[in-house]
Design a binder for this molecule. Structure first.
Ligand code: SAM
Length: 441
């Protein structure tokens, strides 16, 4: 008999990847968002499948001791955070457990090689970049984040996980854009460890021509004046995707290493990690793993696949013989070259190419490969990496599921996981960054 639409009282046992609480009804898994382990909730079943159910908690009957008061008024509507209702230690425990189980279940990685999770120094106010969406609908003008599961935009005045500088700019931008939101598609904001914040606004299709185009120019000119007075850079992306600079303040730069003067620039359309303290911890960990597992790093040739603007390649070049970075996004490669030059690094070079193509065409020898693919992982590239027979592979991942899939491949062709560390790059969310080292058997 179907239980769709029925209300059940359930105990939540644990948390799962993507953030939901997991309870059981007659042995079947029930996923319930915004619950905590040890909660007893009254939950309405909203989806019924052969192997699982989904529920919505209508009432918390017995609250878990792991619960805390969420800070953001948009929590549960906004798609950004899933775990503001959880004590930070509970978030860390859940991430470590989810990570270790994913690797054990899908790649038979022993739990003993999973290191302690690296906590974020800041649990709030840590995010150094964000992409806000703009939407004008039914008389409502919104600038904010996509809501959970839909493309509705939750209007956000302030976001507690954003760096305070970005919240301040958000407030200034909202004042200027609120009435003409329909002319904009998105607002990207970022701040580095040095330099001024950078904002890029994108035009909507309504700003393409005629009156819309004219009003768009007027609105961006008003923003330019704010940017000039407040000291941030302002870039505009028109409806064809062309980017122009309306106000140039000092370029933002990140510091990828603790205790070093090294600085790196980022391309506004390229990737860089959103939590700069944790990025330093991540880069430091990659260097320590090279030191620990690679004989004679100073003589070694290291391949950095998916290298972006050189966040790992440039620091690696300080301890390795030679580093080759491979990256598909052309503008990031240009910035990577600039980053090598501005840090006086001569033993690194960058190749503008898809990783798979590089691996298929290149006959070079590398003693270590560092790979940091996007969320989808490196299904096409993993066996090609193994084909180079490096002594050490370091896999930086932002998705434990695709990581586990790729580790299984590496293990099947003679590699062994020797260390794997989850890193909490994004407190208050379910996301898990990690660094895994494998050595050749
Ligand atoms: C997670 S980011 C890592 C960037 C860099 N390692 C860092 O630490 O900032 C992944 C990078 O892979 C690049 N990328 C995506 N698909 C690619 C492919 N098929 N070949 C090469 N690079 C790719 C993206 O442009 C992005 O810069």
């Amino acid at each position: 008999m179907s239980i769709l639409g029925k209300t059940l009282q359930l105990r939540v046992n644990t948390l799962v990847y993507q953030g939901d609480g997991l309870g059981r009804y007659q042995g079947k898994a029930v996923f319930i968002p915004f619950t905590a382990p040890k909660d007893v909730v009254s939950c309405r079943i909203v989806e019924e499948k052969r192997s699982f159910l989904r529920g919505v908690a209508e009432r918390v009957v017995i609250p878990s001791p792991l619960r805390v008061e969420p800070r953001c008024p948009h929590f549960t509507r906004c798609g950004g955070c899933q775990w503001q209702h959880l004590d930070y230690e509970a978030q860390l425990d859940a991430k470590r457990e989810i990570f270790a189980s994913a690797l054990e279940r899908n790649a038979s990685v022993a739990k003993e090689v999973i290191e302690e999770i690296v906590p974020s120094p800041d649990q709030w106010g840590y995010r150094s970049r964000c992409l806000l969406r703009c939407k004008a609908e039914g008389g409502n003008n919104s600038i904010g984040f996509y809501s959970r599961k839909t493309r509705e935009v939750v209007d956000v005045e302030e976001c507690p996980i954003l760096k305070p500088e970005l919240n301040r700019i958000l407030s200034l931008i909202r004042q200027r854009l609120k009435d003409v939101v329909y002319l904009f598609s998105d607002v990207q904001m970022e701040v580095g460890d040095e330099g001024a914040p950078r904002v890029m606004v994108g035009a909507s299709s309504l700003a393409k021509r005629g009156e819309g185009k004219r009003l768009f120019s007027k609105a961006t000119e008003a923003l330019r004046e704010v940017a000039e007075t407040e000291g941030f850079s302002l870039l505009v992306r028109d409806s064809k995707g062309e980017v122009s600079i309306l106000n140039q303040a000092s370029e933002p730069q990140i510091k990828p290493l603790h205790g070093s003067e090294m600085t790196l620039k980022m391309d506004p359309l390229g990737f860089f990690q959103g939590n700069l303290d944790q990025n330093r911890n991540l880069v430091g960990l990659v260097l320590r793993l090279i030191d620990r597992f690679l004989p004679n790093p100073s003589q070694a040739r290291v391949l950095d696949l998916f290298c972006g603007m050189g966040n790992l390649s440039v620091p690696l070049s300080t301890m390795c013989g030679e580093v080759v970075g491979v990256e598909a996004y052309p503008l990031a490669v240009d910035v990577a070259w600039r980053n090598a030059r501005q840090n006086g690094v001569a033993n690194v070079r960058f190749v503008k190419e898809k990783a798979e193509r590089f691996l298929r065409s290149d006959g070079e020898e590398f003693q270590a490969v560092v790979m940091d693919p996007p969320r989808i992982g490196a299904k096409r590239e993993t066996l090609l990496v193994a084909g180079l027979r490096p002594k050490l592979v370091i896999y930086v991942s932002c998705d434990p599921m695709t990581l586990a899939r790729d580790l299984r491949e590496l293990i099947s062709v003679g590699y062994k996981v020797v260390s794997s560390t989850p890193i909490d790059m994004f407190p208050q969310t379910f996301h898990i960054e990690s660094v895994t080292a494998l050595t050749a058997l």
